[in-house]
Design a protein around this ligand. Structure first.
Ligand code: PLP
Length: 395
């Protein structure tokens, strides 16, 4: 391994993907594992989107696309931003990429220099820290607690800012906490950001439609003064059950979008042509076309909370979006079950995997060592069975 670059040696393996690999391994051994570790809807891509992809193949969409995406797709993204977020972007401000993950990687690569700091309210999505480090930036974690619904306050933000601060990255709805920043909360954060002319915000809104509040989603770029200071990241993986299609996109100040375009021109040459055509259809559809999935997720959220609250030691917030619960399990630390002592969330998550045959993800991966993440992108039967098993092995 001494032949490998420091860059890759220092990078953590994605904990969620590692858990998925471990799950597959145990299943191959014949173990009946219930997977509650993946951030992936268990629905099929809706037929009207699949039909658009089939049509694109038959229409011979097979050549390189413009690096930043087909104009028709960028227009659909503009329509979506206007319709859902009241944001008015223009064509040069949109870049389509190979998943929101690549959108985030582009942003890090074009905005960060060695030593630039990126504020990450914890818990944060597993890849933020490593993407930032890959671009030689320094992640600065801001701890939040379950008592504040895992959200960063304006005072915490202000205290974390230094002369090296370049960006703030956060997701709302949040993976892994399911928390959602209200417009008022975003305004309070924006008031701080606006005091510092060189700080930019990456607002990851990929779970936008998976929102149980009945209230409109709040976008940072729509807060007065923030449009030119925000990069809005979104994609189709979650809301349209299209994780494998790999399409994400940004709306950004045009100098940033141009740089992202230049970056991916040397790295991928642009996203897959068939997936891009299908996403035109997905984004032009009203969000109500996927509401059946959101309704089902809400039923499962309530089910998971209800069942977890029946196990002493689990402390949960009420997630208002996404499809995760992020219980604090520190009440179990130091205890021994079936001869195994649990010292931290990683031990706890591994214990659940080995003894209950239920896959979850340690909160360590998200910058919070007291919690585990449980995904409820699984059927109600699976959820009921999984939590029954968890209860048994903790008895
Ligand atoms: N951002 C957040 C908060 C996520 O949870 C995910 C996927 O898990 C992504 C971005 C990446 O999504 P994509 O599949 O578009 O790369």
């Amino acid at each position: 391994s001494t032949q490998l670059s420091e860059r890759i040696v220092n990078m953590a393996t994605s904990a969620t993907l590692a858990m998925a690999a471990k799950t597959r391994e145990l299943r191959a051994e014949g173990k009946d594992i219930i997977g509650l570790s993946l951030g992936e809807p268990d629905f099929n891509t809706p037929d009207f989107i699949k039909d658009a992809a089939i049509q694109a193949i038959n229409d011979n969409y097979n050549s390189y696309t413009p690096v930043d995406g087909y104009v028709a797709l960028k227009e659909a993204v503009i329509t979506k931003f206007k319709r859902d977020n009241n944001l008015t972007y223009t064509l040069p401000q949109i870049v389509v990429s190979t998943g929101a993950k690549q959108s985030l990687a582009n942003i890090a690569m074009v905005l960060l220099d060695d030593g630039d700091e990126v504020i990450l309210p914890c818990p944060y999505w597993v890849s933020y820290g490593d993407i930032v480090k890959l671009a030689e930036g320094t992640p600065v974690e801001v701890k939040t607690s379950i008592d504040n619904d895992f959200k960063m306050t304006a005072a915490q933000l202000e205290a974390a800012i230094t002369p090296q601060t370049k960006m703030i990255w956060f997701s709302s709805p949040c993976n892994p906490s399911g928390s959602l920043y209200s417009k008022k909360e975003l305004e309070a954060l924006a008031e701080v950001v606006l005091k510092y002319p060189n700080i930019y915000v990456v607002s990851d809104e990929i779970y936008e439609h998976i929102n149980y509040t009945g209230k409109a989603h709040a976008s940072m770029a729509a807060i007065p003064g923030m449009f030119d200071r925000t990069i809005t990241v979104n994609g189709v993986s979650k809301a349209f059950a299209m994780t494998g299609w790999r399409i994400g996109y940004i709306g950004a100040p045009d100098w940033i979008a141009r740089a992202c375009n230049k970056m991916q021109g040397q790295i991928t040459s642009g996203a897959n042509c068939i997936a891009q055509r299908a996403v035109i259809t997905a984004l032009n559809a009203e969000p109500s076309s996927v509401k059946y999935m959101i309704d089902e997720f809400k039923i499962r959220r309530d089910l998971v909370l209800d069942l977890l609250n029946g196990i002493e030691g689990f402390k949960t917030n009420i997630p208002e979006g996404a499809f995760y619960v992020f219980p604090n399990v520190s009440a179990f630390f130091g205890k021994t079950f079936r001869g195994k002592t649990i010292n931290n969330a990683t031990d706890f998550s591994l214990y659940l995997l080995e003894e209950a045959l239920v896959a979850t993800v340690t909160g360590d991966a998200f910058g919070n060592p007291d919690c585990i993440r449980i995904s409820y992108a699984a059927s109600q039967e699976q959820i009921i069975e999984a939590i029954k098993r968890i209860k048994e092995v903790l008895a």
